[in-house]
Design a protein around this ligand. Structure first.
Ligand code: V07
Length: 262
């Protein structure tokens, strides 16, 4: 199975384990966020871009705590895209230090809150020290059964789909997979998100209204929430507004998922 390449355990049942703890059934189970606007936040304050990234990391902690408190099951955060390598070398180096910094300061709290860290993306291309930090985080939290904090690191959706296609073709060639067994559900099993539910809500901050190669397959039925707020300024109230927007739309279209077109 493709996911073994990424060292992830395939266990679709785990997300139901703490269903009883979720009081409000309308809270989205899976929230995905494109955390945009860190550079702009810094520029507005005449600070270097990396200061914005650092502040953005603190927002990650704040939003993780709040999502956990609300009973969200999966929080996927777009931390580093396959396009981000084009940025200045010093900025990339700074970004590659953030996972280590984040975990150094936040791992004890993640353990206390029963939060599990997971990853999508190709980490083999990341610097060794970054890979080590990610590996430690996933290892140390793998028994935790609460919120899944899923970082997209060196992730690109088209890259993910190409890998899935290659893996499927290889299995067909080897006689391990039959063409007639390829369905929408089985294709999902070859993506890096195979063990996760699809996002219910996508949030993008900083006023940009596009997907930028993020989870293209998985977002087919997801509600989108765009806000002008810059990621370092995004807070609990902003998250609540996004969730309330989601709830209102869900109430209006209740039960008609995917059928409201036309
Ligand atoms: C990054 C802070 C958030 C705004 C977006 C860009 C900058 C947290 C992490 C992280 C990743 C993996 C992990 C633990 C923490 C991170 C990067 C950038 C590359 F296991 N924030 N953050 N990684 N930013």
């Amino acid at each position: 199975m493709f996911n073994r390449l990424f060292g992830k355990k395939v266990n679709k049942k785990r997300n139901d384990e703490h269903k009883g703890l979720v009081e409000d059934e309308h809270v989205p189970s899976h929230i995905a966020i494109i955390m945009d606007g860190n550079g702009r936040w810094a520029k507005k304050r005449a600070m270097p871009r990396v200061k914005g990234h650092h502040e953005g990391m603190n927002t990650v902690k704040k939003i993780t705590r709040h999502a956990n408190k609300l009973g969200v099951k999966v929080l996927t955060l777009y931390a580093f895209s396959t396009e981000n390598w084009k940025r200045p070398k010093t900025e990339v180096e700074f970004l590659m230090n953030l996972p280590g910094q984040f975990l150094h300061s936040f791992l004890p709290e993640l353990m206390e809150l029963n939060i599990r860290v997971q990853m999508i993306g190709d980490h083999t291309q990341l610097p060794n020290h970054t890979q080590k930090a990610l590996h430690t985080a996933m290892e140390q939290t793998k028994q935790n059964t609460g919120l899944i904090l899923n970082f997209a690191m060196n992730y690109g959706s088209r890259d993910e789909m190409v890998r899935a296609m290659k893996q499927m073709i290889q299995e067909v060639t080897e006689g391990k997979l039959r063409m007639e067994d390829i369905t929408e559900e089985s294709v999902s099993d070859y993506l890096m998100t195979a063990d996760l539910p699809e996002p219910d809500l996508l949030i993008r901050t900083s006023g940009e209204v596009r997907l930028s190669n993020f989870m293209l397959w998985q977002l087919a039925y997801t509600e989108f929430w765009f806000t002008d707020v810059l990621w370092p300024d995004f807070d609990e109230v902003c998250l609540q507004q996004a969730i309330d927007g989601y709830k209102n739309r869900n109430r209006r279209y209740g039960g008609l998922k995917g059928e409201e077109v036309n």
